[in-house]
Design a protein around this ligand. Structure first.
Ligand SMILES: C[S@@+](CC[C@H](N)C(=O)[O-])C[C@H]1O[C@@H](n2cnc3c(N)ncnc32)[C@H](O)[C@@H]1O
Length: 284
């Protein structure tokens, strides 16, 4: 089959799920991923004849996309903070808004001249936060924890890929954590979607991404935050900072969980859509 024929077949097949432009953008990312052809290749070479192997790869990807599987789980690759991460269905696909959280941490370390900070990433998933921080600033001593063994396998793979040293620990933040080394920084993007919000979530997220990475318990939308705040109260150094990605819907409830005796003023930042998406608080 000619490349131009497959390209229009690809767009038509995905029309129910993606706009023509989105489908074409996915097509271009796929041909870049599989064959290292840039976006101009199909324009310059519309009559290029796809060989059997190339057609099979593209057909397989198309059949998966049609089932609303996210592209990143097909290529096993996601870009975050300018670097590539291996991903599979045991980890959340890193989101662009989380990059702002990473940026905030890095800016503050630099601005406050924190030397060799001790940092913990709670609920590391693919390791996108931990690996990006360690990669951007080699002075940071990073520990990353997750309950999921499969997620930790992925995070370790990503740390190896980017040659950064991170201490990975399998731990459930619901159980007591006797952490002896006081921390300068805790960062976390915990599960923060309430099950009531399921109807607002698209099938490509709901059917493919790990629910344990997304959802809070039914009866407590700030459950994981509370655990992290308690932990931070115990192990952050005085003057240490806690950075959290947050659900804008529960900001008020979340804020009420910080004791004024332990924490200073809460600073909130918005995402590109103008929604409160992350906060920082300093331990007194
Ligand atoms: C929203 S994902 C964040 C993943 C990654 N940090 C990111 O920003 O893309 C939340 C992570 O918390 C982990 N998690 C869920 N419950 C946990 C628990 N009780 N203890 C430790 N980690 C947990 C999940 O496995 C998941 O990797």
């Amino acid at each position: 089959m000619r490349l131009s024929e497959f390209r229009s077949h690809f767009q038509k097949t995905l029309l129910e799920i993606y706009s023509k432009e989105e489908a074409d953008s996915i097509f271009k990312r796929l041909i870049d991923f599989y064959f290292e052809w840039d976006a101009s290749f199909p324009i310059i070479n519309p009559n290029y004849l796809l060989d059997f192997n190339a057609s099979e790869k593209l057909k397989f990807a198309l059949s998966e996309l049609r089932k609303e599987k996210p592209l990143q789980y097909i290529t096993h690759q996601a870009t975050f903070f300018g670097i590539d991460f291996f991903v599979n269905q045991s980890v959340l696909i890193p989101r662009p808004e989380t990059e702002d959280l990473v940026n905030w941490v890095l800016e503050d370390i630099c601005k406050n001249k924190i030397i060799s900070p001790q940092l913990m990433d709670i609920g590391t998933g693919s390791g996108c936060i931990a690996v990006s921080l360690a990669n951007a600033n080699k002075q940071i001593n990073v520990t990353a924890i997750d309950l999921s063994e499969e997620a930790l396998r992925v995070a370790k793979k990503n740390a190896k890929k980017h040659r950064v040293k991170i201490d990975f620990i399998k731990h459930d933040i619901q159980s007591l954590f006797h952490w002896k080394n006081p921390l300068d920084i805790i960062v976390s993007n915990p599960p923060y979607v309430h099950p009531n919000e399921k109807k607002e979530i698209s099938p490509n997220v709901l059917n493919y991404e790990p629910h344990m990475a997304i959802f809070t318990p039914e009866n407590d939308p700030v459950y994981y935050y509370r655990l992290i705040i308690n932990f931070a109260s115990a192990v952050l150094k005085s003057g240490g900072s806690l950075y959290l990605e947050i659900n804008p819907k529960y900001l008020k409830l979340l804020k009420s969980n910080f004791s004024d005796d332990t924490f200073g003023e809460i600073e909130v930042r918005n995402d590109i859509f103008g929604k409160s998406r992350m906060l920082k608080v300093i331990k007194k």
